[in-house]
Write a protein that binds this ligand. Structure first.
Ligand code: UD1
Length: 425
């Protein structure tokens, strides 16, 4: 499975309402963390429902480069085995491909007493510090320092990490995951205060518990982790991707479509569902499906992008695209990242009336959008231009869709299956 495609672009002809059903793939932010968890044991970790996204490819490559085994099974599952790991430094060129790769640090440090890595990559959506990760390792007794371009962490002399009570300055998603993985093999109890509660963090904790970890308080901001001597193999299903589901739900509402989302974690999507209803969409749910119908007239709304259970920052840009078609003035406040506005300039090229003022955006609508030559500047900014293109008059060419490949499994094929006129070349 390799979906890395630097030169690819989309040609989209707008105007078709999306209709039909689509199956949502496994969650990017769950699978990547779970893949790193495989480094905590010598036994096999089998992950089912793995999405076909390039971030999985690049993390697989990184794991193989440090000695792990990563194998695609005939049913699409991924088998990971960390028994052969003999390199404890994540290679710089691979770590910068995506941010999740930095989560090899916690497992390597806990299991082997040493880990080094360049700062992580990922989307350019503002300052993405890693102080929460590093403070967590240090609280458990590791010595952590920067050596040139690398962060280097050594475990306590001759021993394991020691459980600690630690306050996380920010409820960082990958920071909580990284520290939780390290604490799973530490000696004694760790208490993480102000932990992230995102569903992907919760589901990583479930994967770790299936491997023999003892984590409680899952889903709360206070996680208790009783360290164990070793972890074992497990078979786990990757949760469905709430951001992919949200993107399709927004696309359905925006194109005045009628779409069933299958394998959708609607129980962790309350904020989006509330906002879709506010704009006038009809949303019906079961535990694992969602049915979205767009209204004839969309209403302007205001929202904030927040940590879970608030509206996900990853859905900020797609929602902004929708609001270009809503009646009135909408205001968006971004509360998680300091540079999530890359989509604004691209949507303006298509005729959108959006201004951004630092961490807020003001969208006036409804604006007729027109085809243009635009770029996917990051994975979610890219989703916003695809959604805008679905509503635009004429053809939109979207360059750099490799950004979309990082987080959306077969996006063009799925949209095409719902009636969109979209081609990839
Ligand atoms: C993860 C997701 C990403 C999502 C984000 C927020 C993965 C691979 N990516 O990113 O899709 O948009 O959560 O839901 O899971 N921060 C600090 N110190 C730190 C770490 C973060 O101050 O050590 C701040 C960041 O500057 C940012 C905020 O915390 O403002 C959120 O970052 P974080 O939750 O860490 O996001 P990621 O884990 O990078």
């Amino acid at each position: 499975m390799t979906v890395r495609t630097r030169g690819a672009r989309y040609a989209v002809r707008g105007g078709n309402a999306l209709r039909g059903s689509v199956r949502i793939s496994g969650a990017k932010n769950h699978v990547l963390a779970a893949m790193c968890a495989s480094l905590l044991t010598d036994e096999d970790l089998i992950l089912q429902n793995v999405p076909h996204i390039s971030d999985v490819d690049s993390l697989s490559e990184l794991l193989v480069s440090i000695g792990a085994r990563v194998e695609s099974l005939p049913d699409g599952s991924l088998l990971l085995n960390g028994a052969g790991v003999n390199v404890f430094e994540a290679p710089g060129e691979l770590i910068t491909e995506n941010r999740a790769s930095f989560q090899v640090m916690g497992p390597l440090l806990a299991r082997h007493g040493y880990a080094a890595s360049a700062p992580p990559g990922g989307d350019v959506i503002g300052q993405r510090p890693i102080d929460v990760h590093l403070a967590g390792f240090a609280a458990m007794g590791a010595s952590v320092r920067r050596e040139g371009e690398r962060f280097v962490a050594h475990g306590p002399a001759g021993g394991r990490l020691a459980g600690a009570r630690l306050f996380m300055d920010y409820p960082s998603v990958s920071g909580t995951q990284n520290v939780m993985m390290a604490a799973a093999l530490a000696q004694g109890r760790s208490t993480l205060i102000n932990a992230a509660t995102e569903p992907e963090v919760q589901n990583l904790a479930h994967v770790l518990n299936s491997m023999g970890a003892r984590i409680s308080g899952i889903g709360t901001q206070l996680l208790t982790i009783d360290g164990v001597d070793s972890l074992h193999g497990a078979t786990c299903r990757v949760m469905p991707d709430r951001i992919e589901a949200g993107t399709f739900a927004i696309a359905a509402a925006m194109t005045r479509g009628d779409v069933y989302l299958e394998d959708t974690p609607s129980e962790v999507m309350d904020a989006l569902i509330a906002k879709l209803r506010d704009v006038g969409a009809t949303v019906e749910t079961t535990a694992d499906t969602m049915h979205v119908r767009g209204p004839d007239d969309l209403r302007a709304i205001s929202f904030q992008a927040l940590p879970y259970p608030g509206l996900a920052t990853d859905l900020h840009a797609p929602m902004a695209a929708l609001l270009t078609q809503a009646n009135g003035v909408s205001i968006i406040h971004e509360r998680v990242f300091d540079n999530r506005m890359l989509y604004v300039g691209e949507l303006r090229k298509m005729g959108a009336e959006i201004v951004s003022t630092g961490s807020s955006a003001i969208v006036s609508g409804p604006t007729p959008l027109h085809g243009a030559h635009v770029r996917a500047l990051d994975v979610r900014a890219g989703a916003a231009v695809v959604l805008a293109a679905l509503c635009a008059n004429g053809q939109t060419i979207i360059d750099d869709v490799y950004h979309l490949d990082r987080g959306y499994s077969s996006l063009a094929t799925k949209l095409g299956g719902l009636g969109a006129d979209i081609e990839r070349d």
